[in-house]
Design a protein around this ligand. Sequence first.
Ligand SMILES: Cc1cc2nc3c(=O)[nH]c(=O)nc-3n(C[C@H](O)[C@H](O)[C@H](O)COP(=O)(O)OP(=O)(O)OC[C@H]3O[C@@H](n4cnc5c(N)ncnc54)[C@H](O)[C@@H]3O)c2cc1C
Length: 390
Amino acid sequence: MISDNRKIIEKQSYDLIVVGGGVAGIAAAVAASRKGLKTLILEKRLLLGGLATAGLISFYEPLCNLSGKQVVFGIAEELIKLSIKDGYDNLSNDWKNKTGEHKTSYSTYFSPTIFAMVLDEYLKENNVDVRFDSLAVFPVMNENVCNGIMVESAAGREFYPAKAVIDATGDASVADRAGIPTRVGTNYLLGMAHYTSRSLAEEYAQGGKMYKFRKWLYALDETGQQDKKVHEGVSSEDITDFIVQGRAAVLKKIRKEEKEEREIMSIPSMPQYRTIRRIVGAKVFDAELGKIYEDAIGNCANWKKPGLQYQIPYGSLYHNDFPNIWAAGRIISTDEDLGWEVARIIPACALTGQVSGTAAAIAIRGGYAAKDVPIKELQDTLVKDGVVIQ
Ligand SMILES: Cc1cc2nc3c(=O)[nH]c(=O)nc-3n(C[C@H](O)[C@H](O)[C@H](O)COP(=O)(O)OP(=O)(O)OC[C@H]3O[C@@H](n4cnc5c(N)ncnc54)[C@H](O)[C@@H]3O)c2cc1C
C-alpha cells in the first residue's frame, strides 16, 4: 500500500470554485463574480478557452436557429463578440450590427490564440481569480457536501476551501469523484490541426481572408472509424493513444506535400474528444421539440437543421442529492443523441455556464441546495442578465 504523507498547503477560501477554464467555466465564473461571489477558476492547462482554444475548435456555432432568429443570448453572446474582438472573423455585418434581415448564420471562425489572450483580460475585468497549471485532483467531501478542492500544482498539494463548486471540466471528473452518477461517452479517432501553405498565403496576399489562411486540416475523417476502436478519454492510455494516432495522421498527410510549401501552425494541446463523461442529473435533456420545462433556463439551437430550438431545463445541471455542486458545459445531463449534440456546442456550453454561476450565487445567498434554488428567481435573474427564455 502506498500512502501520500506530503503536507497539504491550505489556500485562501472562495465562495465558488469553478474547475475548468473552458467556455462553460468562464461563463460560470463571470456570472457568479458579477453577483458578488469571490470566485476562482482552477485550470490544469496554461490557457483559457478549453477545446475552443487549446483544442483548436475555433468556430463558434450559431447563436441563431439558422433561419434568422437568435436563440442563445447572455454571456454566450458576449463571448462570441470577445472571440473576434482582436482577431479575424467571418461574421456577417447584419449580425454584427443587428440590422436588417439575417440571411446568414450568427456564427464565426475566430483566432484561438488571440481569443485565449483576450479571455485573460476578461477574467481580470470581471474580478475572477485564476490559477493555471493547477490540476483539481479531487473534491473534498463531507457526505454529499463539497468543502473544497484538492489541487496539485508546482507548489505541491494544495487545498482550496469553497462554499460551492462548479464542474466545468469537460469530463465531469469532479462530479464523478464526488460520487455523482455519470455516463461515459464514445468517440472515434480524430486528428485536426491548424495548417497553412504557400498557396493559401498567396490567396491571402491577394486580399484573402485570414480565416482561410489559418485553415483546419482534418487528417482523419471527422466521424472516421479508422482504428475501428471506440475511444473514451477516461484513462491516460486512451488519451495517449488518441493524441498520438491523431498527430501521426496529421504528419502522414502533410508528408505528401513539399516541406517549403506548407506549415502546421498549431497542434491541439488537449484531446479533441467530443464527449468524455457527463452527469446523470435530476433531469435528462433530450432536445424534444416543443417540450416546455417549468425550470427552463434558456434555449439552444440545432446547428444541423434550420428553424429548430429547444428549452434546456435547470434540472440537467445538478443531482438532487448533491447540494453544492453544479455541472456546466458539455458534461450536463443529456441523452446520447440529439440532446447531447445540441448542448455540447460552444454557445450552449456558455449558456449552461452562466446558469450554473447564477444558480450558485442565488444558492449561497439564500442558503439553498442546488435542487431548491427558487426557479422564478433564477429565471428572472437570468432574464435581467440578458438571457432570453423562449
Ligand atoms: C472535433 C470537435 C469539433 C467541434 N466543433 C465545434 C464547432 O465547430 N463549433 C462549436 O461551437 N463547438 C464545437 N465542438 C464542441 C465544443 O468545442 C466543446 O464541446 C466546448 O468547447 C466544450 O466547452 P466546455 O467548457 O464544456 O469544456 P472544455 O472546453 O473541455 O473545457 C474544460 C476545461 O477544463 C480543464 N480541466 C479539465 N479537468 C481539469 C482538472 N481536473 N483540473 C483543472 N482543470 C481541468 C481543461 O483543461 C479545459 O480547459 C467541437 C468539439 C470537437 C471535439
